[in-house]
Design a protein around this ligand. Structure first.
Ligand code: FAD
Length: 389
């Protein structure tokens, strides 16, 4: 099975194991997601019933090793993200939050006991995690967070608020980032701890088949050993964000490809002026531009994956893929929508749903503007995150 359009024989750059992961996840998405996604999206339903199947496919904590995690390569993880997002960005977001954010935080920064307690059950999909960094007044600038953890005897007591936290209302454990007297630290908060509440944000115009919440932390008391011992400062959450951003660089190509495939199929059978609309040069021009963007995005993602598997991936390179591929994907989804004409605004067809989802994707894990500034700083040597006064 080749990827469509595959003008440049992208398949020839993959090995058998990589192609096998892609085929397996694509079959799952075709069978279990595509038939129902329009309904889930309409009802704002996150299909939590699929979590055991995602776990059985080895997609939770997929690129982490040990503690019951699948230990697959970065490229395999990326290909899986791409196939999931061909179904819906919300599904890929679930896998990103669970594996790349929550499990990664524990894997990178947790104690041996914390890893043993949480990672095997999270890989099996029996426990769900969330990752609380963003706050109502602290988004692109997480250093401005005000959630605070104070020592009280042997315990920590957390107060504050988090916003837009994926999965929080169905999570068993929340990774909460908070200021302390020694700087930013991470904490594992079981979500049944008194004082912890998570309220889904609704209604949403994007990512409707996934869950994001407001979290309130009111005198949440947790023991000393709930702190992530290896997490010191903002570098710790940033290291997890880089894992998730890596997956996004791949995932968005799936949304673009599904949009393209939908438009191509429609253009082949939709008749106007007694001929298929695919026969019009303007339609072909759109399809060609979409295919070129997908081809380029795949090559960017694969280069990123090979660098990551070789242990040579630099953060600014992740910004290249997050910014460039998300921008390309949203343009492809919107262009695909135009080929569908009026039917393009019906929930029966995927491109407009993908385009709406990608509005979230271009915002979370660093907005377009923040990744532009990361690359601007890399190119010029001058950070421009703050205005000069
Ligand atoms: P702001 O930071 O207020 O930005 C608003 C606008 O100002 C943007 O266009 C931004 O680019 C621009 N801007 C800000 N600073 C600058 C600057 N220096 N120069 C130029 N422009 C600037 N967070 C979590 O912690 N966990 C999650 O699981 C999670 N999931 C999410 C899921 C969804 C669907 C969404 C929408 C968000 C999620 N987020 C999550 C939050 C997300 O990471 C933030 O929304 C994002 O970081 C942007 O922060 P903000 O919304 O506060 O926007």
């Amino acid at each position: 099975m080749s990827t469509v359009p595959d003008l440049l024989d992208f398949d020839g750059l993959l090995d058998d194991a990589e192609r096998e992961v892609r085929t397996r996840v694509r079959a799952f998405v075709d069978e279990r997601v595509k038939p129902s996604i329009a309904d889930w999206y309409d009802r704002a339903h996150f299909p939590v019933e699929l979590v055991p199947e995602l776990a059985a496919l080895g997609l939770l904590g997929m690129h982490l090793s040990g503690y019951g995690c699948p230990g697959r390569s970065a490229v395999e993880y990326g290909l899986a993200a791409m196939e999931l997002e061909a179904g819906d960005s919300g599904l890929r977001t679930f896998v990103s939050v669970q594996g790349s954010l929550a499990m990664s935080a524990i894997h990178k920064h947790g104690s041996e006991e914390q890893k043993q307690r949480w990672l095997p059950s999270m890989a099996r999909g029996e426990a769900i995690g969330c990752f609380g960094l963003t706050e109502p007044n602290s988004g692109s600038d997480p250093a401005s967070m005000t959630t605070f953890a104070r020592r009280d005897g042997d315990d920590w007591v957390l107060n504050g608020a988090k916003r837009w936290i994926g999965l929080a209302s169905i999570a068993d454990v929340a990774v909460i980032w908070a200021q302390t007297d020694e700087g930013v630290r991470g904490f594992l908060v079981p979500t049944d701890t008194p004082g912890f509440t998570a309220t889904p944000i609704a209604p949403k115009m994007s990512m409707r088949a996934s869950i994001q919440c407001d979290i309130a932390l009111s005198d949440v008391r947790i023991p000393a050993d709930a702190q992530l011992p290896e997490a010191r400062g903002l570098r710790a959450p940033f290291s997890c964000l880089n894992e998730a951003r890596y997956g996004i660089g791949w995932g968005v190509i799936g949304a673009a490809r599904d949009s393209y495939e939908t438009a191509l199929a429609y253009a082949g059978q939709r008749m106007q002026f007694n001929q298929p609309i695919a026969s019009f040069q303007l339609t072909q021009s759109k399809l060609v531009d979409m295919a070129l963007e997908i081809e380029k995005a795949q090559l960017v993602a694969l280069r990123l994956g090979r660098l990551k598997d070789a242990g040579r991936l630099a953060p600014h390179q992740i910004s290249v893929a997050k910014l460039s591929n998300t921008r390309a994907a949203i343009a492809v989804a919107r262009e695909a929508r135009t080929i569908l004409g009026g039917n393009g605004v019906s929930a029966e067809y995927s491109p407009m749903r993908h385009a709406a989802n990608l509005e979230s994707v271009r915002t979370y894990e660093g907005t377009d503007e923040i990744h532009t500034l990361v690359l601007g700083a890399h190119l010029t040597g001058i950070p421009a995150f703050r205005s000069v006064t």
